[in-house]
Ligand binder design. Structure first.
Ligand code: FPP
Length: 250
């Protein structure tokens, strides 16, 4: 007898609404392996990955999680074969163009973080348009890390702060965590409570190095194209069992 898949439209009853993470970040790993397992080119994995991300965004909205951040392209990903990099850049652009109306209608506020100047001009244009058109939306905050590297983000913040000190606008003794955060790409976005990585790799891969200081980390062996609502449900069950002490004693 076959079992019908559970669609999990609403928050599963074994999750507590009051203890949901307020911000989930995802390292979407395993697209290439998923495609290879199916005897298909790697780009097919990336294409499927977009559908999965789209459903996760909708799922966060359905279940009442107000912020999602996805690691779409790292500063190190330029080292991939030229054709794959080009495919990804075109894919981001196409997806943005295709999904913008829906994101507007669903009250999604989209923000791109990373070194955006080095992206192709036509992609930058779509990025600017999507951020501008959704800037007043009050629904879910969707952040896409593109040409993003945590170390680069910290260095550029240090440089900007050093310039302020040189110009006399800031004293070095005034630099604290709050000031530092104003110079990060993620300025104004709360830190992630939960970081999910797919494909079983136990690495941070230069993602949100500052922001995940106290995030709970959940690694699943599922490859990103197989990450569905049931997988997300399991991640949240694990999250809700964790005892978050933030370095203190209860
Ligand atoms: C990692 O899998 C995945 C990526 C580097 C790309 C992820 C991008 C998307 C899913 C598209 C998102 C689109 C928008 C517009 C936000 P991998 O290639 O490293 O897989 P492997 O480890 O199996 O080789």
């Amino acid at each position: 007898m076959s079992v019908e898949p559970i669609i999990l439209q609403q928050l599963p009853t074994d999750l507590s609404k009051d203890r949901l993470p307020q911000h989930v970040a995802v390292i979407m790993d395993g697209n290439g392996r998923w495609a290879k397992n199916q005897g298909k080119p790697r780009i097919i994995g990336h294409q499927k990955g977009v559908d999965v991300l789209k459903d996760l965004l909708r799922c966060c909205k359905d279940w009442g999680i107000p912020a999602l951040t996805a690691y779409a392209f790292s500063t190190e990903n330029w080292g991939r074969p030229h054709g794959e990099v080009q495919f990804l850049m075109t894919l981001f652009e196409r997806v943005l163009r295709r999904e913008l109306q829906e994101m507007k209608a669903e009250n999604v506020k989209i923000r791109f973080v990373g070194n955006l100047q080095d992206l192709p001009a036509s992609l930058r244009q779509e990025i600017d348009r999507s951020m501008e058109d959704t800037k007043n939306n009050q629904g879910i905050q969707f952040t896409v890390a593109t040409n993003y590297g945590g170390r680069h983000e910290i260095i550029q913040a240090c440089q900007a702060i050093a310039t302020k000190v040189e110009q006399g606008y800031l004293k070095s003794s005034e630099i604290n965590e709050g000031v530092f955060e104003q110079y990060l790409y993620t300025q104004g976005i709360p830190h992630p409570d939960l970081l999910i990585r797919t494909s079983g790799e136990m690495r941070i891969s230069n993602f949100l190095l500052w922001q995940i200081a106290y995030a709970e980390i959940y690694v699943t062996p599922a490859l990103w194209p197989d990450f569905n609502r049931e997988e997300f449900h399991q991640a949240l069950i694990t999250y809700q069992k964790r005892d978050r002490r933030f370095g203190k004693v209860k």
